[in-house]
Design a protein around this ligand. Structure first.
Ligand code: 8YV
Length: 331
């Protein structure tokens, strides 16, 4: 009898997805909700036909280079694939898929939440009363933030998520500006009322709020470098729900500490899951809002991501091209 292909899942997924996977495949689940150790991951790569990793697994060239690796498909549970060496996988004939589209709207909602929360001091305000602060009552100068309406939002990366952020932000009266490798189709730019900046430097110098919505690739690592961060206005805010590595975090911190950038809303960090103690201090001072990588964290989204993973695995095992293939030249 031919052995059924083995699918190894590195993290706990929604129950309904795990049940379905068990019905469909010879599935090995990780029942402890902690990332696999390096040894466990190496073993998974050696034994599995299909690996289902998440953002917390580093799928490196070294890992795939194990001589007895028989992996054929990496069906990533996630949109961003910066944790996977796609070129190395392809060089070994391993197909890579991801889960695009189903987390676009949720991530855009969370981005908009940060765009609102940071200038309007939402978290600072919401923490005061539960924190036992003695509130003397309303005053004309109490907890003043900055108005969103009429301000310029500069979106870095105008893909699916960037456009979904633009659509939301427009209804809040923000003027939409963006930097991208190339302009979006005129119809979309019109619908969003979006102004294209070929020069990121020039855009940065003129925006009131900057939102990072591009993937992390070798080309976008520290796209917001120390030099570029210094172009940002003193009264501007930075929001990042994409990947921490796109921003030189150390410099961002220094500029906020010095009052040279007004504040930030971050869902992702350069050395995740480590969050700099300096950022924690800035959060305590109400200058930054820090979320623990929860941009796409909805029950619905996680189930839809799982369903996409299953479709990708099934089509692959049926010898068809899976719908969400990631090719090295897409990066
Ligand atoms: C996911 C993400 O939770 O999909 C992404 O790119 O950053 C997250 O929203 C994570 O990737 C799951 O692996």
């Amino acid at each position: 009898v031919k052995k059924k292909p083995l699918v190894v899942v590195t993290r706990k997924l929604p129950d309904s997805i795990e049940t379905r996977m068990r019905e469909l495949f010879d599935t090995k689940l990780n029942l402890d909700d902690v990332p696999m150790t390096a040894d466990q991951l190496a073993e998974a790569v050696r034994t599995a036909d299909v690996l289902v990793p998440t953002v917390t697994d580093q799928i490196t060239d070294d890992l795939l280079q194990q001589p007895d690796c028989k992996l054929k498909l990496i069906a990533h549970f996630g949109n961003g694939i910066d944790n996977i060496n796609v070129a190395a996988a392809h060089a070994r004939g391993i197909t890579v898929t991801n889960t695009p589209k189903v987390l676009t709207e949720d991530t855009a909602d969370m981005t908009m939440a940060l765009i609102l929360a940071v200038p309007r001091r939402l978290i600072e305000g919401a923490s005061l009363l539960p924190g036992g602060q003695d509130w003397p009552g309303w005053s004309p100068t109490w907890m003043l933030g900055r108005r969103l309406g009429g301000k310029r939002l500069g979106i870095i990366g105008m893909g699916r998520i960037g456009q979904a952020v633009a659509r939301r932000a427009r209804t809040f009266g923000l003027q939409i500006h963006y930097h991208n490798r190339k302009p979006v189709a005129p119809k979309i730019a019109d619908e969003l009322g979006a102004t294209y900046w070929d020069s990121l430097d020039q855009m940065l110098a003129r925006m009131d709020i900057i939102s990072v919505n591009c993937p992390h690739t070798p080309a976008t690592f520290h796209l917001l470098s120390a030099r570029r961060l210094k172009l940002i206005r003193k009264d501007a805010y930075v929001v990042n729900t994409a990947r921490g590595e796109v921003i030189d975090e150390e410099t961002l911190i220094k500029l906020i500490e010095a009052g040279d950038i007004a504040g930030a809303g971050l869902d992702v960090y350069e050395h995740e899951p480590l969050v700099s103690p300096k950022l924690i201090r800035l959060a305590q001072q109400g200058k930054v809002v820090l979320l623990p990588h929860m941009g796409s964290a909805t029950i619905e989204g996680r189930v839809e991501m799982g369903e996409k993973v299953i479709i990708n695995i099934r089509t692959f095992l049926d010898n068809h091209k899976p719908p969400d293939r990631v090719l090295p030249n897409m990066l």
